[in-house]
Design a protein around this ligand. Structure first.
Ligand code: FHN
Length: 475
């Protein structure tokens, strides 16, 4: 887990008030109740419906940091590309100069939306403003933005919104509401664990947090909520610190409350729980049963583009992550980091397209499914080994996963067994079996005695990464 996420999660968990399961949740002690505090379960189900079916989304980290692309003053700066200003302690004036060099004429909203669609992704969340404070949209509230401060003069969020409408995909915006390294008074977290809130390395960063909140963050959030039609479908906050007090967060809640279809995550701060749990770079051992959750992950080791980060995960790893997450009832928000020309690295494109090919055949086993009815197939906690926090280490197993629908159990097989696929303790009666990638759905021979099932499989898998065995069931 990244340090910044620890801060975010520590702050959130310290103050979060769990929602009641009752029809109308008990009102928590928030200065302004959020929609989650007041809506009924049926209203929440309706609001979350598209997101719960989606299972797979595209995260886009794109901003000025793609210009230095991980290198400053001739030195490769370790860690995340989008953190270069902080990690290299770049003075505000020097960082702002990058805007004049940012002219991403290779950006094509059409191509990015088409890429998401071809990957089988159902929504996109793009950084409208990351911690560096540079707005990737036309902002009248602050001139440090892509339209006013760069030779590009175009609004990528507007272009993406238009394309998302045309191509039928949801669009969400990421907004760093608390950290802003170029706005006086805003937070800046030091990556080491001391003075995490106002780690200013330039006098130009000093100032008053409320002034920042009222003159930049809140006006820009208003712009994002009102200037893009029925988008954003999602507002993705990040890295709340102690500065995001309940009263300050409540001012933002007053805005988001005016958009009753909006989905927002658990990283606003101030004790607000939002809609979604957001584990980062990790897949929780058992998900968050009964909760909406989304694992966000990178394809290589950075969110924002770094020219020399070529540590790309394999398509096999990415696909199995998606399947693992779906089997635990979550969504996979997988990141791409376009370069300073607006172009998505080829290695990322290739992997997404390969995932899309698998989903085009096997998507029925992912979209809109329910979690596994089994559980032990995902792995086990070690009896002896501990993780970094001293808890029993989770050791995942990678033989198979399972997802569920009303009358089917899907078994996504990673390790192809010889002869038969065997299950003990089957929770439903199986009436038939076939391979999802077999277009004829030729029935497979099966034997079922009590809860024990054996399905005869062909000698070879239809897909070396994951072949889906469909079990038709009655309850
Ligand atoms: O600090 C950010 C990081 O740059 C990136 O945006 C991730 C994505 O979830 N969130 C923060 C770290 O938790």
């Amino acid at each position: 887990m990244k340090f910044t996420q620890c801060v975010a999660i520590a702050v959130l968990f310290a103050a979060a008030t769990p929602l009641s399961n009752a029809q109308t949740p008990a009102a928590p002690q928030h200065p302004i109740p959020s929609i989650q505090d007041t809506e009924t379960t049926a209203q929440k189900d309706a609001r979350m419906a598209w997101w719960r079916v989606a299972r797979f989304g595209m995260f886009i980290h794109w901003g000025l940091y793609s210009v230095p692309a991980g290198t400053w003053d001739g030195k490769q700066i370790p860690s995340l590309g989008e953190w270069i200003m902080n990690n290299a302690s770049i003075p505000v004036a020097d960082y702002k100069v990058l805007a004049a060099q940012f002219n991403p004429t290779g950006f094509s909203a059409h191509d990015i939306v088409a890429l998401a669609k071809s990957a089988g992704m159902k929504y996109i969340v793009i950084t409208a403003k990351h911690h560096d404070g540079f707005a990737m949209f036309d902002s009248k509230a602050n001139p440090f933005n892509i339209v006013a401060a760069t030779p590009f003069h175009r609004d990528p969020l507007r272009e993406l919104a238009d394309e998302a409408h045309k191509q039928g995909i949801k669009l969400g915006f990421y907004y760093s509401q608390d950290q802003d390294w170029t706005a006086p008074g805003a937070s800046a977290i030091l990556r080491q664990n001391h003075d995490p809130v106002t780690h200013h390395w330039d006098k130009a960063q000093d100032g008053d947090f409320d002034t920042y909140l009222h003159t930049k963050a809140i006006p820009q959030i208003k712009e994002l909520l009102t200037n893009y039609g029925d988008f954003p479908a999602v507002l993705w906050f990040d890295t709340p610190t102690a500065n995001m007090t309940p009263a300050r967060a409540a001012e933002i809640v007053a805005l988001v409350n005016q958009h009753p279809n909006l989905i927002w995550n658990n990283r606003l701060g101030g004790g607000y729980k939002g809609d979604t749990e957001t584990p980062e770079q990790t897949i929780p051992a058992q998900g968050f049963p009964g909760e909406d959750w989304e694992s966000c992950m990178t394809i290589n080791d950075t969110w924002g583009f770094k020219s020399y980060d070529t540590n790309f995960k394999s398509t096999e790893t990415l696909l199995r992550n998606l399947i693992d997450i779906a089997s635990k009832g979550g969504n996979y928000l997988l990141n791409i980091g376009p370069d300073s020309h607006g172009v998505v690295p080829v290695s990322e494109v290739e992997r997404l397209q390969a995932m899309g090919k698998w989903l085009a055949v096997n998507g029925e086993a992912i979209y809109g499914t329910q979690p596994t009815l089994f559980g032990a197939e995902a792995g086990a906690f070690s009896a002896t080994e501990k993780d970094r926090r001293g808890n029993p280490l989770w050791v995942p197993a990678w033989s198979w996963r399972s997802t569920t629908s009303a009358n089917k159990i899907y078994i996504e097989i990673f390790n192809w067994p010889t002869g038969a696929f065997h299950l003990d303790k089957l929770p439903r009666k199986v009436t038939g079996a076939y391979l999802l990638a077999d277009s004829t759905h030729t029935p497979l021979k099966l034997t079922q005695t009590g809860g024990i099932l054996d399905v005869q499989l062909p000698a070879k898998p239809l897909d070396p990464i994951a072949t889906v065995l469909v079990l038709e069931t009655t309850k």
